[in-house]
Design a binder for this molecule. Structure first.
Ligand code: NAD
Ligand code: IPM
Length: 364
């Protein structure tokens, strides 16, 4: 029996479509190797381009397609010089996260080669942790408020709900168990100052009791920023509030080569969106030099998440191909000091991937 996975493809803005095309190409190349699996890849309009065309950055038809899909692949959305009249940017990825309740922002950070990190003394895989960002509330809860520019103040609320905190903490502990590395979950909070964080910590501690095989720890967010740079190998899985996670995930990406190396998944109970942590990078858009690795690794996360042994096999093959290609430090785009174009780097991943899949077929 053939299982057809419905995948919605949202290229978005800036380099979004450039990197998304690379992931779609690799999925199409893998498909013939997968027994009983097909991908129904459907592109939909979204983002700044769609806002300028129709006035709606996330048309209802696009949202419905995402809601009823098996997974969404998203490039990047938003451009700094295109804003709503209220001064904020077009960011329909936030609407997707909230409306589909994609509470778990899973952002893995892995060093593929010693030359990719600005830190001294770290080699391949010696930086390897996952940041889990709560993605439906926290400080983003107040984001719909519009500032009155003539008023004397502007206020945003930070919300931590029991349901929101518990489900994201469970996700982090489950992930630590599955990774089978240091088996540690670090709650990154500000419980020395904010009552919402005292509450978050209380719920984290309650959840931790259900995971006696995993070590829980508390780290203040300011200290966590220091430790991430001073001793990133001390982390296994981190879990944190929405805004802290937004900021720390960019810092973390900087440890392993930059935004082009940072994949991401926004996971809910019934839906999931896979996108790089990076934005639309308007400074390099249209030049064919965007680093496709974060997007390709996000597609690998999607294959892992889809519930099928063949997509799981494909996920491992794709991650292995990326790792093999990146073991040669000349295989880099200009953001990491290399000379390759987006397509050339994807070509290298593609040929490594085909060798892996061909050899699996020979041995089957
Ligand atoms: N998830 C998203 O869609 C998302 C995430 C972050 C920012 N944004 C939006 O993107 C726009 C630009 O934001 P920004 O400049 O703060 O962040 P950015 O991530 O787009 O870029 C930051 C820096 O990283 C570089 N960079 C990012 N991705 C790269 C890649 N794949 N290859 C090579 N270099 C890469 C850029 O060239 C830039 O120098 C803004 O409108 C922002 O709101 C969207
Ligand atoms: C562009 C922005 C709305 C988005 C966020 O804040 O979540 C981005 O920074 C991210 O990390 O995905």
């Amino acid at each position: 029996m053939i299982k057809t996975f419905k995948i919605v493809v949202l290229g978005g803005d800036g380099i979004g479509p450039e990197v998304t095309d690379q992931a779609v190409r690799l999925l199409r190349e893998m498909e013939p190797y997968l027994s009983g699996v097909k991908f129904d890849l459907a592109e939909h309009r979204v983002g700044v381009g769609e806002y300028q065309r129709s006035g709606n950055a996330l048309p209802e038809s696009t949202f419905e397609a995402c809601r009823t899909s098996d997974a969404v692949l998203l490039g990047a959305m938003g451009l700094p010089n295109v804003r709503y009249p209220n001064g904020k940017e077009i960011a329909p990825q936030l609407d997707l996260r909230e409306r589909l309740q994609l509470f778990g922002g899973i952002r893995p950070i892995r060093l593929y080669h010693e030359s990719d990190t600005p830190l001294k003394g770290y080699g391949k895989d010696e930086i390897d942790f996952v940041l889990v960002r709560e993605s439906t509330e926290g400080l983003f809860y107040g984001r719909d408020v519009v500032a009155d520019l003539d008023a004397d103040e502007a206020i945003n609320e930070l919300r931590i709900s029991r349901v929101g905190a518990e489900r994201v903490c469970r996700l982090a502990f489950d992930l630590a168990r599955k990774r089978n590395k240091a088996k540690k979950v670090s709650l990154i909070d500000k419980a020395n100052v904010l009552s919402s964080m005292v509450y978050f910590r209380h719920i984290f501690d309650q959840v931790a009791k259900d995971y006696p095989d995993i070590t829980p720890e508390h780290v203040y967010v300011d200290a966590a920023s220091l430790f991430m740079v001073r001793k990133p190998d001390a982390f296994d899985v981190m879990v944190t509030e929405n805004m802290f996670g937004d900021i720390l995930s960019d810092l973390a990406a900087g440890l392993v080569g930059g935004m082009g190396m940072a994949p991401s998944a926004d996971i809910g109970e019934d839906a999931a969106v896979f996108q790089p942590s990076h934005g639309s990078a308007p400074d390099i858009a249209g030049q064919g030099i965007a680093n496709p690795i974060a997007m390709i690794l996000s597609a690998a996360m999607m294959l892992e998440w889809l519930d099928h042994t063949e997509t799981h096999r494909a996920a491992v093959a794709l991650e292995t191909a990326v790792s093999e290609v990146l073991s040669d430090p000349s295989h880099r785009t200009p953001d990491m000091g290399g000379k390759m174009s987006t397509t050339q780097l994807t070509d290298a991943v593609s040929s490594s991937l085909q060798k892996i899949l061909d050899s699996q077929q020979l041995n089957a």
